[in-house]
Design a binder for this molecule. Structure first.
Ligand code: FAD
Ligand code: NAD
Length: 474
């Protein structure tokens, strides 16, 4: 046994690295084991999110948005740019630089907090020992009083459309295409399909998304999904609903797809195929047979409301456990678990975890959708306000979408806030604060919002719950 720690974290994604930092801040001797290999072949901390998820996708979304705006937004401001071109080396290189900056930053934070990083695959053994297998096959074992499992998730593979890294790609592949594909097929109109589909659509790809479900973006509120679908169609994204892929055959330079919908069987040829049909907990090789840690019916690590596995000193957080697969959810669990380990009052409220989809328009929500409330029989009232009546949004030439506030019909307590429109990734934070403080629509309505700002849409939607919005008829 080479060393004994208070805490060993397996996985250095946003769940694991945050848990490690908080544990170290609380005076616990902490180690973090991670196996992720960066583009340069070296250890890259930060997990999926920093390497092939949140950060690189937002870098490409922002670059592609600038390009798209040249032809779709700037002319309305009287600005025209002719012969605009995208240099793909710079486009992908900028993203890689940002990734390197942030993954390197985690290394610095580990140093500053005196966290010991280990590079290799960690396996939990009985008795809170962790065996680490390096890339060269070398093995060492370390032990701790507490082990936090944060192994994250990996993309689900379709048996008839296996990833080959060239023609049939996952999220990592779709963030590293060096030439704009003429035709990009996407399986799954979920968060990844819409975000990465948007990136390549904006650069000129003909993007076709096949979605198995009959409803578009059914995780979001139906009104929001309807507005978003209309805008995506205007941008040239083709989304086929109720479409089930049955075959994907890689031919010489293309992928021949066969899919079925209510009208029968169809063929579609694409140059690349992104499969984004969801992710699953990554637990391969993580647990020795006799640890006692259990998996749930969906293969996730089973935990209680305190992220405890039921095995003394073993906890699990992030994408590998129940709840939404979001970076900020995993990070908050990491903080909470470190605090529970240190005997403090950790806290995580899964009810107010915000969702953001970084398309144009952006989509963001927190709390329940109207459908969920209807299904649960909860009485509710609704207020909405369109960005078309918000001066700032019109000045930006981005007057698309709306804010929808749902409050309890009797108590006025905020139950859900759903947004689609400009800058809503930032606006949602106000709703989350209000909901976390158990606020009401009246609370939001009584708060002064600066003019002219996009946040006035939140204010007006809250006023509209009781039919007293100022800048629209009620
Ligand atoms: P991960 O980030 O997956 O990290 C787990 C780490 O553990 C990895 O480095 C892995 O190599 C390592 N590991 C696993 N098993 C072992 C082992 N046995 N030994 C050693 N190391 C191991 N979420 C958002 O909130 N906002 C976004 O904008 C967003 N965008 C996304 C875009 C894309 C394209 C994708 C794919 C995901 C996105 N997500 C986003 C989701 C987000 O990336 C995840 O929710 C988040 O990364 C989960 O964090 P985690 O720490 O649980 O796991
Ligand atoms: P997802 O669950 O968001 O969407 C998958 C979609 O694929 C669903 O609409 C599903 O109905 C569809 N689908 C499933 N099987 C199918 C099939 N055989 N044929 C056609 N469609 C099929 O999953 P994702 O887009 O892969 O993303 C995974 C997770 O990563 C997200 O749920 C989210 O938690 C996280 N993520 C978050 C962000 C963000 O926060 N902005 C961005 C990207 C990813």
């Amino acid at each position: 046994m080479s060393d004994k720690f208070d805490v060993i974290v397996i996985g250095a994604g946003p769940a694991g690295y945050v848990a490690a930092i908080r544990a170290a801040q609380l005076g616990l001797k902490t180690a973090c084991v991670d196996a992720f290999v960066g583009k340069d072949g070296k250890q890259a901390l930060g997990g999926t999110c920093l390497n092939v998820g949140c950060i690189p996708s937002k870098a490409l979304l922002d670059s592609s948005k600038q390009y798209f705006n040249l032809s779709h937004n700037l002319p309305a401001h009287g600005i025209t740019v002719e012969n605009a071109k995208v240099d793909m080396g710079t486009f992908i290189g900028r993203k890689d630089k940002i990734v390197k900056q942030f993954t390197g930053g985690i290394g610095q934070l580990f140093k500053a907090n005196k966290i010991t990083p280990f590079f290799g695959k960690g396996k939990l053994l009985k008795g809170n020992n962790v065996e680490i297998t390096g890339n060269d096959g070398s093995k060492q074992t370390i032990s701790a009083t507490n082990v936090i499992l944060a192994p994250g998730s990996v993309p689900i593979e379709l048996p008839f459309a296996k990833f080959d890294g060239k023609n049939i790609i996952d999220n990592a592949g779709a963030l590293d295409i060096n030439e704009v594909p003429k035709r990009l097929g996407v399986i799954g109109a979920g968060v990844i399909g819409l975000e990465l589909g948007s990136v390549w659509n904006r650069l000129g790809s003909q993007v076709t998304i096949l979605e198995a479900l009959p409803d578009f973006l059914s995780v979001a509120d139906a009104d929001v999904a309807k507005i978003a679908a209309k805008e995506f169609a205007k941008q040239g994204l083709t989304i086929k609903l109720g479409a089930k892929l049955t075959k994907a055959e890689v031919k010489k330079n293309e992928v021949a797809l066969t899919y079925e919908d209510k009208d029968g069987s169809h063929e579609l040829a694409v140059d690349k195929l992104l499969v984004a049909v969801g992710r699953r907990a990554y637990t391969e090789g993580l647990l020795a047979d006799d640890t006692g840690v259990k998996l749930d019916e969906r293969g996730r690590i089973a935990v209680d409301e305190h992220n405890h596995t039921g095995v003394d000193g073993v906890w699990a957080i992030g994408d590998a456990v129940r709840g939404p697969m979001l970076a900020h959810k995993g990070s908050e669990e990491g903080v909470a678990v470190a605090e529970w380990i240190a005997g403090k009052a950790g806290h995580i409220n899964l009810e107010t975890v915000p969702w953001v989809i970084y398309t144009e328009p952006e989509i963001a929500w927190a709390g329940k959708t109207e459908k969920q409330l209807k299904d649960e029989g909860v009485p509710y009232k609704i207020g909405t306000f369109p960005f078309a009546a918000i001066g700032r949004a019109v000045a930006m030439n981005e007057a698309i979408g709306q804010v929808k506030v749902i409050a309890h019909a009797e108590t006025d307590r905020l139950l859900g806030v759903h947004m689609v429109g400009p800058g809503v990734s930032e606006l949602i934070a106000e709703a989350v604060v209000a909901m976390e403080f158990k606020g009401s629509a009246e609370d939001l309505a009584r708060i002064v919002h600066a003019h002219p700002t996009l946040s006035e849409a939140v204010h007006e939607a809250a006023l509209s719950v009781d039919k007293r919005a100022i800048h629209k008829g009620n």
